[in-house]
Design a protein around this ligand. Structure first.
Ligand code: 5GP
Ligand code: MN
Length: 349
């Protein structure tokens, strides 16, 4: 038995909302990751079984390593299929927001949704949600939206409706949002949920191979370059910073998704508890910032203060519109601003 995270009352309310709707549009955040796509497709599988007309619309491209999921090819990418996406949105009587806490997280997809008068349901695990939905299920203490969604299915008395594809999607989201269960994953119930998903017949090992062994050669050449030539280590402050510019990305035949997870790698070095990645966009003049931390270091606070961003305590990000030299300067300044916290070593890794 899992502890109560979603109350019977809340579950009932959400079930009613889902079952009374006929045309559902599922949306998730820009730059969708495993949890975003996993939770969206898991909900899609569930609603299909309930006989609903359901469409998943994502703001933009999602990486190749998520394309193995059942019906991933049915997902509409808003930036490529605007007219078709809009027509589904116009017909919708329910819009579900999965794995994001505020409209700005879906970029341009905000606009067509803002014209829609239909009901909205948020299911998410990010802190400080904006209160714009009819029903909001926000649980920042959950490791992933997929974990929360599994608990919701159970609380709605719908555990039996989780088919193998839905189980695969949920497992994929839980796995990717915890770095294959290496962080944010100390809750024993996570493993009870995995056991429940495995009883649905999923091949966990195959899912992990699908998620992690599908990268391009260029990704590893680029990683080699970054680690050898670009990574700055500040051993006194237990921090690492690296930047990668548009020209370098081109040189290594960068395709979207190739740099995913790079920011975690410096944390594998003994003593490092903060890692900052600065990556120039290949199209627009902007720099994506990714921040990861260990222990008591608040990555989200640093992201907010220095990079117009936010996120989770140990995994955060933001975007800046300046030159790479300026962004690097900002990152170095940020380290200095947190000197006292960074200099201290709390725990042995
Ligand atoms: P990533 O480094 O994987 O792009 O992002 C890590 C986490 O940081 C995301 O799950 C998200 O919560 C948060 N994040 C990334 N970019 C932004 C941003 O621009 N604003 C806010 N508020 N959070 C962000
Ligand atoms: Mn998530």
């Amino acid at each position: 038995m899992l502890r109560t995270v979603v109350s019977a009352q809340e579950a009932q309310k959400i079930k009613q909302l889902l079952l009374e709707s006929r045309n559902v549009v599922i949306t998730t955040h820009t730059g969708p990751d495993g949890d975003a796509i996993g939770s969206s497709l898991a909900m899609y599988e569930y609603l299909k079984r309930k006989g609903k007309q359901v469409t998943v619309i994502v703001p933009n491209y999602f990486p190749d390593y998520l394309h193995w999921m059942n019906d991933a090819d049915k997902i509409l990418q808003y930036d490529r299929r605007r007219a078709m996406s809009k027509s589904f949105i116009q017909q919708a009587d329910l819009i579900i927001a999965l794995d994001y806490n505020a409209p700005y997280r879906i970029d341009e997809l905000q606009l067509p949704l803002s014209y829609c008068k239909c009901k909205r349901l948020m299911i998410d695990h990010h802190e400080d949600p904006e209160h714009y939905c009819t029903v909001e299920l926000s649980r920042p203490e959950m490791s992933s939206t997929c974990e929360l969604l599994y608990r919701l299915f159970v609380a709605m008395g719908e555990e039996k409706q989780i088919n193998i594809h839905c189980a695969e999607d949920l497992y994929a989201g839980m796995c990717t949002d915890t770095g294959r269960f290496t962080y944010n994953s100390n809750d024993p119930e996570i493993y009870e949920i995995i056991a429940g998903l495995m009883r649905k017949g999923i091949d966990k090992d195959m899912i992990i191979r699908n998620l992690y062994n599908q990268y391009s050669e260029g990704r590893y050449r680029l990683l080699g370059h970054i680690l050898l030539n670009k990574m700055e280590i500040n051993s006194e402050l237990h921090a690492a910073i690296f930047s990668v510019g548009r020209e370098e990305l081109k040189q290594f035949k960068y395709i979207k998704g190739d740099a995913e997870g790079f920011v975690n790698i410096p944390l594998e070095i003994k003593g490092i508890k903060l890692s900052i990645s600065l990556r120039e966009d290949t199209e627009k003049d902007r720099i994506f910032v990714s921040i990861r931390s260990f222990d008591d270091f608040p990555a989200n606070e640093l992201a907010e203060r220095f990079f117009n961003g936010g996120g989770h305590f140990h995994a955060a990000g933001g975007t800046v519109y300046c030159s790479m030299d300026e962004a690097l300067e900002t990152a170095r300044k940020a380290l200095e601003a947190y000197r006292e916290q960074l200099i201290e070593v709390k725990s042995e890794k």
